[in-house]
Write a protein of this length. Structure first.
Length: 450
């Protein structure tokens, strides 16, 4: 029995009312802290009064700024900066501070490939000498970062939004921490909802061919297959695919829905070409498939996304006070941002809050090969914008997830409307240790229920 099977919550009807009412480059920069706007409320637990030695704490940020995930990468850096603005601003002082320790941020951009991510990470660690690296964004990048972290045990690596399951689930690096949930956790509740509530019994799949979509598909199929659903066709495409004509023409017409696990420009290209070809199928969306980085893109395909069900660590119309405050601050700090902060912004935000909480616990002391800091970091817990965040023994986040449906608001904008929410989702999704679904890594062929 999956976690979501036993923990599904009630529909949050108020979200629909909210929707109806309202709805760069890869060069390194040592970023001076931007001033948070006056109407951006500071969180209750400011770190201005923390004790710190006066040494500069150097953070490195790594996100994808080229290729299909360029827009999500911008969101990732907004997440880092918002956390610093929310927690490390000191009235009357420029920059970000922990007590008397200034915090600096050096940024690097990748292109979603492990090779470039490693090149940029090595520059941040070995040339810029950052103390803590926050990133990367994409799944294969995260797996590469785990391996690199093992080679640099005296530096701390904190995830960005990369969400491949095995970054932390198997053979984790002791100095790699992930305060965001993984791609399978992001699908918690979706497979069962698709089968039980929507009546989808047979689906086809279109997904990018790398570790993160494998994890997303696995998280969906754990529940969908267990409930009795069938995935009758899998179409795996290279990251950055522009021509989907062969995939579109190959899709079966006798399925209840198409599960799409594409992100950024890949998702936009597929939906555009599917709609132009006259496709009429209903969609089930992976977490980044109908994130605001896609929903905010104008195109003729947009109306075809209405009614798409999805699951994600964020939902645009969530009603919790902490989420509403987070969204308010995001919009105040980044007026050129997306209509709602998506999972990329939230993931990098939570990662950075975790870092700041860990630094506060050791008064900014990173001596002794950062061992005391890493021990403190592993024990950090906090209430994030969507609920409580803690780490398991593999330093992997246990946190919240939403099942949502895409709807169009009165303003014509698309947004995810909450159907249900579950807190405290573990990486195993509540499956028993001997579950066959956990017996081997997710892949193109596993799990399978044709």
């Amino acid at each position: 029995m999956t976690f979501a099977t036993t923990k599904k919550l009630a529909v949050l009807i108020a979200a629909t009312a909210i929707l109806a009412a309202a709805c760069s480059s890869g060069n390194a920069t040592t970023a001076p802290a931007s001033q948070a706007p006056a109407d951006s409320a500071a969180p209750a637990e400011s770190m201005a009064a923390a004790t710190c030695s006066g040494k500069t704490i150097k953070l490195g940020g790594l996100a994808t700024l080229e290729g299909p995930f360029a827009v999500p990468g911008q969101e990732g850096f907004r997440g880092i900066e918002q956390a610093l603005n929310d927690y490390a601003k000191v009235e009357g002082k420029e920059g970000w501070w922990l007590g008397d320790c200034e915090i600096t941020l050096t940024k690097e951009g990748s292109d979603a490939t492990p090779a470039v991510a490693l090149e940029k990470a090595k520059k941040l660690i070995e040339q810029d000498d950052v103390d803590i690296l926050i990133g990367p964004l994409s799944g294969d990048e995260g797996l590469a970062m785990k391996d690199y972290a093992k080679q640099v045990p005296d530096k701390t690596f904190v995830n960005g939004s990369s969400a491949a399951q095995d970054t932390t689930f198997r053979d984790p690096a002791p100095n790699f921490f992930r305060f965001s949930t993984d791609g399978a956790q992001w699908q918690a509740g979706l497979g069962k909802y698709a089968f039980d509530d929507k009546g989808y019994k047979k689906v086809a799949l279109v997904a990018e061919d790398y570790s993160f979509p494998y994890t997303q598909v696995g998280g969906f199929m754990y529940e969908f297959c267990e409930a009795g659903g069938k995935v009758v066709q899998k179409n795996w495409v290279p990251l950055g695919t522009k021509d989907y004509s062969a995939v579109v023409s190959n899709l079966p017409t006798d399925v209840d829905a198409i599960y799409v696990a594409l992100g950024g420009a890949d998702a936009v290209n597929f939906f555009t070409q599917y709609q132009a070809a006259g496709g009429k199928a209903k969609f089930i969306g992976g977490s980044i498939t109908v994130d605001q980085s896609v929903l905010a893109t104008e195109g003729a395909f947009a109306d075809s996304l209405v009614g798409t069900i999805t699951a994600s660590p964020t939902s645009d119309t969530a009603t919790e006070p902490a989420w509403l405050e987070y969204v308010k601050n995001y919009k105040a700090q980044f007026p050129d941002g997306l209509p709602y902060p998506g999972l990329f912004a939230l993931s990098y935000y939570n990662e950075t809050v975790g870092v700041l909480k860990g630094l506060e616990a050791v008064n900014g002391d990173l001596s002794g090969d950062q061992k005391a800091f890493m021990e403190a970091l592993a024990k950090v817990t906090f209430d994030g914008p969507t609920g409580p965040v803690s780490l398991d023994s593999n330093r992997q986040a246990i946190s919240s997830n939403y099942v949502s449906e895409i709807q169009k608001g009165a303003d014509g904008k698309l947004a995810a409307v909450v159907i249900s929410k579950v807190d405290n989702i573990p990486q195993t999704l509540g499956l028993p240790a001997d579950s066959p679904y956990l017996a081997q890594p997710v892949s193109r062929d596993f799990p399978d229920c044709p």
